[in-house]
Design a protein around this ligand. Sequence first.
Ligand code: PLP
Length: 283
Amino acid sequence: RIVYVNGEYLPEEEAKISVFDRGFLMADGVYEVTSVLEGRLVDFAGHMARLKRSLAELDMAMPVTDAELEAIHRRMVADNGIEEGLVYMQITRGAADRDFAYPEGATPSLVLFTQKKALIDSAAAKAGLRVATLPDLRWKRRDIKTVQLLAPSMAKMAAKAQGKDDAWMVDEDGFVTEGSSNNAYIVTKAGTIVTRHLSNDILHGITRKAVLSFAREAQMKVEERPFTVAEAQDAAEAFITSASSFVTPVVEIDGTALGDGAPGPVARRLREIYVAESRKAAV
Ligand code: PLP
């Protein structure tokens, strides 16, 4: 596998980052994951817009131009022969003497790698996910896509220890924030799609934005507001969205099956629309 590190395309064994890199020492960095369909990038513009916002919130600059970053993505897809899968891109503040203050003049580190993955024909999409709810232990700026991922990693491990597929994280007031690495939705018995509103409490998903707009175009009713675990367990269906899972049904929450326990019609329809539109629009 070829990876990109600070201007070089290298076999992964040869790629190196300093032990003083603040991404490694302090999780001082941001990332994006863009899906690839038929060798093309899905919603690349959306990921770049969010990347710039994340960087700005942390007073970091783009290490390369937009055109260069896009060219690097394309070369990674080509060199690794990715027809379907993901491009992971990370920017950290760079290497400096360890200090809580941001260093002056550090050179940011830019790293990319790819993963081949069957995104369309996924077992999870067919069977649906069983989720466990866990306290959301993350910091209060979940809108910034940082590489500080231990809290959701712990939540996912706790869910797995219960024999479940993923975690839905819950705030102090009992409302679901999002999945460990995805946005969370329910569909009420009246057919309304409910997902938490945008704020610093959740990541502003690129897939979320697209899916909500497709849902509205298809005349589905959408409410952006918090929902509790109890409301979710009483819902007709549920699903998640992310660049790596598109739209994936959730069939069980904390042991309670939703509806008849099979992927619901709204989630299945939204997945179909999302895949079809993303294929068309990918560049
Ligand atoms: N929420 C969290 C916490 C995530 O980590 C992710 C993706 O990695 C998402 C939501 C979904 O975002 P996107 O649709 O941009 O992949």
